[in-house]
Design a binder for this molecule. Sequence first.
Ligand SMILES: O=C(O)CCC(=O)C(=O)O
Length: 349
Amino acid sequence: MVTHYRQNSTRTSEATVKHKLHKELQALVIEYQELNGIHIKRYEKPPSALEIHRDCISPGRPAVIKGVTDHWPAAKGWTNSYLRETLGDQEITVAITPNGLADAVTVDPVSGQEYFVTPYEKKMPFDKFLDIMLGEKSEYPHYASLQNSSLTTEYGALMKDVDADIPWFSEALGRKPDAINFWFGDKRSKTCLHKDPYENCYAVVRGTKTFTILPPIEYYCIHESTYPCATYVMNEGGKLQLSPLDPSIRTPFTTVDPCAPDLERHPRFQHAKPITVTVSEGEMLYLPAFWMHQVTQDGPEGVIAVNYWYDLDYQSILYPTVNHLRRLVAGVLDDNEDLAGCDSSDEEE
Ligand SMILES: O=C(O)CCC(=O)C(=O)O
């Protein structure tokens, strides 16, 4: 009888603590939103190192900046014929998926189980890929979205057409980018909500990219969890199928779509204030480290972008705060020790 009473009262006090924690995390989100709104700074020309540091890097706020890439040979020069001449039969890595979602949580139609699924990666000559971007029929969406500094490796022949860094941004941070990536896709491909441990300078060269973004403080709202992993493979009949990987490895991810949230599945998302920003040809988005982002794209001849990833400042309060929030939300609120133990510097990109 006494034991029973103790168990009940422990459960009651645990529920009270969780309730208080929910309220505190909601208050944190609201206070941040009240102080910052959903405003995005816009610069008509590139700022100085001091301006970008003061206005955006230090407070961790995004910005859209015009005029950063006007002087790049790429700005006018990356025509289809130039790209075909310069890259020609260079082998590139292309992400292929049935639904246009590379790196996303997907239900396996066979088992009904949810997996974090990575794309089928196919090597193909650039000119074959370009034909697909220009409208050649392909059953599956194709996206040239290899990261790991793809512009300096597979697309090295194009490096001469862009700057090796964003000079005023490098000056503001006191370091050069860790990676420069080349992205080429079409509206069939979308990048699901995720975050990266990088300061991101994302320049659109062709078409438009629409980012739906959330500040790191809104982590509470996204219902992150961990999922077993799988990858797409091409079967003998030329069809993509899902192939589960080592079940002991799980990846942290969220299934929330910030543009069409399912509030029954993700009730905490009601507290989020997603910001949608379209970045057009010739503009650059500065997306601070750990901002969550979902990305769609549109353009009649595909969408091309170049981004510079700068390592974040690990001495600032941001990195331990992001880890702390995850431990609090996943470990204490959701009893998900597996997720609470993950390190935020080791995210899926
Ligand atoms: O352009 C995209 O599809 C995704 C970009 C992205 O996730 C990033 O730059 O971190």
